[in-house]
Unconditional design. Structure first.
Length: 302
C-alpha cells in the first residue's frame, strides 16, 4: 500500500495556501496513492474554506482527517467534525492487514476529569494539556486486540516530544500500551504526529515515533519580519511571526507485503527568511526546523 501524509497547513494564517494545496495534489497524483491522511490544523471550518476539501477530493482516493488544536481555537468540535466529514474525533480504519488508529488528543485533564479543548480553555498552571482521556485510553486498548493486524498510530500532538509542554501530557501511559501490544511481536509499525512544526524521529522501546513537519511554516514570535506587501500583511497578520517553507512539505509512505515501511521525505527551502536571519538555531520546540521531511526505512523484523 502507498499513501500520502501532510498536516499543519494553517490555510487561514498564510497567503499562499491555495498554491500549496495545488502543488501537493499535483505531486500526489503522480504517486498513485491508495489514500491520503491529513493530521490536523488544515483550516477554519467555514463555508469559505470548503473549496479546500473539494480540491483534495479531486485526488479521487479516500481522505482521512484528524483534529488539530487550532481547528477548535474559535469553533466548537461539532463544527469541525461536520466540516471534515468525520463522525468522531478518534477512530480507526483498516487497509489490507494494517489498522490505522487516529487519536484525538485535544483534551484537557482537569481536577474533575477531562474536557475538550476549545478557545484555549485551559489553566496553564493547573491543567494538563494535551491529554488522552480515560475513555479514549480504554478504546485504544480494545482497538489493539486483534492479533492478525499490524498497527499505525496517528495523532496531532506528539507521543515522544518531552520539550516543555509540547507533547501529550500522558504520552508515557499511551506508549506503555503500545509497547505491551509489541511484547508478542512487532505489531505497532510506527507512530506519527505533527503540531510541532518541525522534523524529528525518535525510537523508544522498539517503536519509531515520527514528527512530520508543517506543510507551510515555523512559528517563532521572536522577531517580527515584513517580507510581503502591506496588503498581504494586513490580510494575514500572523505572517510577521512566521518563517515560511517554499514547498508544501509532506511524505509518501509505502508498506510492503512484509510490513516493512518506507517513508519518503522531501528536501525544501525557506521562502524568504531563515531561522539564522532572526537569531534562531536549527531546532525549536524540541525538533529540527530545517525545511525538510525526513526519510526513514523500518524493517519489521528488527
Amino acid at each position: 500500500m502507498k499513501f500520502a501524509v501532510f498536516m499543519d497547513l494553517h490555510y487561514d494564517a498564510i497567503h499562499d495556501g491555495d498554491r500549496r494545496i495545488r502543488e501537493f495534489t499535483n505531486s500526489v497524483k503522480k504517486e498513485n496513492v491508495d489514500f491520503v491522511v491529513e493530521l490536523g490544523d488544515l483550516c477554519h471550518p467555514i463555508d469559505e474554506n470548503k473549496h479546500i476539501i473539494n480540491k483534495l477530493n479531486e485526488l479521487g482516493v479516500p481522505f482521512f482527517f484528524n483534529v488539530g488544536n487550532h481547528n477548535t481555537d474559535a469553533y466548537p468540535i461539532d463544527d469541525v467534525l461536520k466540516f471534515l466529514g468525520m463522525g468522531n474525533g478518534y477512530y480507526s480504519f483498516i487497509f489490507g492487514n494494517v489498522k490505522f488508529i487516529v487519536l484525538d488528543t485535544n483534551y484537557i485533564k482537569t481536577p474533575n476529569g477531562s474536557e475538550p479543548y476549545y478557545k484555549r480553555n485551559y489553566a496553564k498552571t493547573t491543567d494538563a494539556y494535551p491529554f488522552v482521556p480515560r475513555e479514549e485510553i480504554e478504546w485504544l486498548r480494545n482497538e489493539l486486540k486483534n492479533e492478525q493486524l499490524y498497527y499505525v498510530i496517528f495523532s496531532h500532538q506528539s507521543l515522544s516530544n518531552d520539550f516543555m509542554k509540547r507533547g501529550i501530557s500522558n504520552r508515557e501511559e499511551v506508549r506503555v500500551i503500545l509497547e505491551q501490544r509489541n511484547s508478542n511481536g512487532k505489531k505497532v509499525l510506527f507512530c506519527m504526529n505533527g503540531h510541532d512544526h518541525g522534523d524529528d524521529i525518535n525510537f523508544f522501546n522498539g517503536i519509531h515515533y515520527y514528527t512530520l513537519n508543517s506543510m507551510s511554516y515555523i512559528w517563532h514570535g521572536i522577531k517580527e519580519t515584513f517580507n510581503y506587501s502591506n496588503e498581504i500583511h494586513e490580510q494575514y497578520p500572523y505572517l510577521k511571526d512566521l518563517i515560511l517553507y517554499e514547498e508544501p512539505l509532506h511524505i509518501i509512505i509505502t508498506i510492503d507485503e512484509n510490513m516493512d515501511v518506507q517513508i519518503d521525505g522531501m528536501e525544501g527551502h525557506y521562502q524568504n527568511v531563515t531561522p539564522k536571519d532572526i537569531g534562531m538555531g536549527s531546532r525549536w520546540n524540541g525538533v529540527s526546523i530545517e525545511p525538510q521531511t525526513s526519510s526513514l526505512y523500518i524493517d519489521v523484523r528488527l
